[in-house]
Design a protein. Structure first.
Length: 222
């Protein structure tokens, strides 16, 4: 294996990217950068400031000076907004759609992508997101496109939210996932797309171990 590597994991919500990325980061002893957390924190900033997440003028008023920091504590990513650890708060369902909306704004993407490229230039890492292999790091050493059937993804997210004590309606959650898929894949700038050189893995009927083994075997061979 090369001394410094970058692995791009892209795909729609709930496809298993973050679980897989965390495992890969542990096995390969490299950093895991959850890029969705950055869009989520930006959305939280807008929500807290009473700014519509689709109002590009309003968002461009704060984006250049946003105090957003990624810190690693015991190897785990923590997201700080205005020096407050918002790692838990950004997982709330109200932030999910807001993040999808705000991520469609070019001014937001340019800011986040610059931060992501800086982190990836400094150390070996696995990044999960929507546009890592296609836009953020087109020269990533390894690119994977992780998918799963919509029903499977909705069930996974439902279980995750229930376990955290959220009151969720399955039909509504599935609708929201479909809406986010549509938003993420249809925005004008750097949409969710499978990079032409990415390996696609449909995780619907695979265990996490099977997916991780498959990726590790590609990385070790490369
Ligand atoms: O991966 P996630 O569900 O935490 O991401 C939240 C939203 O952020 C998602 O709906 C789309 C957006 N996002 C993006 O546009 N580009 C990325 N690289 C990561 C996330």
């Amino acid at each position: 294996m090369k001394e410094k590597i970058t692995i791009a994991l892209d795909g729609p919500s709930g496809s298993g990217k973050s679980t897989i990325a965390k495992r890969l980061s542990g096995i390969l002893d490299i950093l895991y950068l959850d890029t969705g957390a950055m869009y989520r924190a930006t959305a939280l900033k807008a929500l807290n400031s009473g700014i519509d997440t689709l109002d590009s003028e309003g968002v461009s008023g704060f984006i250049d000076n946003i105090d957003l920091k990624i810190r690693y504590m015991g190897g785990v990513q923590h997201t700080f907004l205005d020096e407050k650890d918002v790692s838990e708060e950004i997982r709330e369902p109200r932030v999910s759609m807001a993040a999808s909306n705000i991520s469609s704004l070019k001014c937001v993407r340019l800011k986040m992508v610059a931060l992501q490229r800086k982190i990836a230039s400094e150390t070996s890492c696995v990044l999960d997101g929507r546009d890592i292999g296609s836009f953020v790091l087109p020269d990533a050493d390894f690119k994977f496109y992780i998918t799963a059937d919509t029903d499977v993804r909705a069930k996974r997210r439902y279980k995750e939210l229930k376990e955290k004590g959220h009151d969720v309606d399955f039909a509504l959650l599935k609708k929201e996932i479909e809406q986010r898929d549509y938003n993420d894949a249809h925005r004008d700038f750097a949409p969710l797309v499978k990079a032409s050189d990415a390996i696609e893995i449909n995780t619907s009927y695979m265990t996490v171990e099977e997916v991780v083994d498959k990726i590790i075997s590609v990385v070790k061979a490369g």
